[in-house]
Design a protein around this ligand. Structure first.
Ligand SMILES: *Cc1c(COP(=O)(O)O)cnc(C)c1O
Length: 216
């Protein structure tokens, strides 16, 4: 099956209300161009310079999603191009995004990444830290960055009950605060756990290998 066909088949199996971010990290621009021909506009990258290079080369109406851990000194590479940053995990990073977005005379939408997995290595905030950021005077003064929701990654495990429990806890937190902060996006679910994520209320999936094939 071609990338285009895989993309179309994948989309036919998820509700229309759920946005699919096709994760194209490590894959060549030609593959994205091919997928783009089917009319799909949302692509995910996790390296700043790779996103920058692809954004310069590929059609301007592509919506680039930054999904990986983002270092402050790399924000400048993506600021002109990025549609949504899923992985904001500190106030300092938010401050840098605000500054670089200001330089570009734009507002950048972001999600706060919440730590829900059991693995030590995963990045993210806890619930208290999310509230702390949203309530800080510093954040309230930022005019060029807007937090529009939350993102989470479940534990990488075959135990789907663990995964479901983690997604459920994030959805519960999201529902608790979404009105107050005008949140509209809950980004959760990847190739191995997207079905559970959809069942548990995800509004945005980040799916790579199921569409573009395994990464080497
Ligand atoms: C790579 C990546 C994905 C996609 O992973 P697949 O298993 O290929 O679907 C999703 N989210 C994040 C944060 C990633 O780094």
């Amino acid at each position: 099956m071609s990338v285009k066909e895989k993309l179309q088949e994948f989309k036919s199996n998820i509700p229309d209300s759920v946005t699919l971010v096709a994760v194209s990290k490590t894959k060549p621009a030609e593959m994205i161009q091919d997928a783009y021909q089917s009319g799909h506009l949302d692509y995910g990258e996790n390296k700043a310079q790779e996103m920058q290079a692809k954004a310069k080369e590929l059609p301007k109406d592509i919506r680039w999603h930054f999904i990986g851990h983002l270092q402050r000194n790399k924000v400048k590479y993506i600021a002109p191009h990025v549609h949504l940053i899923h992985s904001v995990d500190s106030l300092r990073l938010l401050r840098e995004i605000n500054k670089r977005a200001g330089n570009e005379e734009r507002v950048i939408d972001v999600l706060l990444q919440v730590y829900i997995a059991k693995e030590e290595s995963k990045y993210g905030l806890d619930e208290e830290e999310v509230i702390e950021i949203m309530e800080s005077d510093d954040f309230k003064s930022f005019e060029n960055v807007k937090v529009i929701g939350l993102m989470g990654m479940a534990t990488n495990t075959d135990n789907m009950e663990t995964v479901r429990r983690e997604f459920k806890s994030l959805k519960t937190f999201f529902d608790k605060i979404k009105q107050q902060y005008d949140f509209s996006i809950l980004s959760m679910g990847m190739t191995n756990d997207y079905e559970i994520a959809v069942e548990e209320g995800s509004t945005m999936l980040r799916v790579g290998s199921a569409i573009f094939g395994a990464r080497s």
